[in-house]
Design a protein around this ligand. Structure first.
Ligand code: ADP
Ligand code: MG
Length: 213
């Protein structure tokens, strides 16, 4: 199963969720491969900071040939997570071609939802010739007890993809664990951040399992 995290906007949580979901799937006994498709190499940098043993390999393929290069490597893994580039360019297109499922992290504000337009268009375009390609939004950095946190789902109503019911809150633990080369599951296993990541991973896996039947 290949999941691409994409959003042309930078700073929405692609890398954060890619790393943490990869670790959550590894904790669920999946053989995981994390592909860093961002020329900035943030996921690779994270793995380089790490001092404890890796639970999954991180490979940099920031190239438009990603969808051609990946099949030869993906066979050894249950779950391949692609951390996508900012901007909807040829690499993003390639990450969509490679994927079974595109996950679009978006922060809960109308401006951020509008900013996914190009990414959404690329996925819709890809779906016209590959019906099995699925996509969903995941709300990241939800701020609880604010109107914008509560009403955000309505703002996605016109979008062609569903919003996953499991969202990720605004939690400082994501930045703190990243700086240590750890996931939130490793750095703070009892935190709310870790709990949310586990629930999200479980939900994605359930959904993919259902789709592949
Ligand atoms: N749920 C969250 N809570 C708090 N900070 C977050 C959250 N998600 C991402 N961040 C922070 O936002 C910044 C950008 O996230 P990143 O994953 O690098 O985005 P992208 O890969 O889309 O550019 C990082 O500093 C990261 O730690
Ligand atoms: Mg990134």
């Amino acid at each position: 199963m290949i999941i691409s995290l994409l959003n042309q906007k930078g700073g929405v949580g692609k890398t954060t969720l890619a790393i943490n979901l990869a670790d959550a799937f590894a904790a669920r006994k999946q053989r995981v491969l994390l592909i860093d498709a961002d020329p900035q190499g943030s996921a690779l940098a994270w793995s380089a900071i790490r001092t404890v043993e890796p639970k999954f390999p991180v490979v940099g393929i920031p190239k438009a040939s990603l969808h051609k290069d990946l099949p030869a490597m993906a066979g050894d893994y249950d779950m391949v997570i692609i951390d996508g580039p900012p901007r909807s360019n040829e690499i993003a297109r390639s990450a969509i071609l490679a994927a079974d499922f595109v996950l679009i992290p978006a922060q809960p504000s109308p401006v951020d939802i509008w900013a996914t337009d190009d990414t959404v268009r690329l996925v819709v375009e890809a779906q016209t010739y590959r019906e099995s390609l699925r996509a969903a939004f995941v709300i990241n950095r939800r701020i609880t007890n604010t109107a914008i946190g509560r009403d955000v789902r309505a703002a996605f109503a016109d979008q062609p993809f569903p919003v996953l019911p499991q969202s990720i809150g605004q939690r400082v633990g994501f930045a703190e664990s990243f700086a240590l080369g750890l996931s939130v599951l490793e750095a703070a296993p009892n935190s709310s951040a870790a709990a949310e990541v586990r629930v999200l991973a479980q939900a994605i896996q359930d959904q993919l399992r259902r789709k592949s039947k």
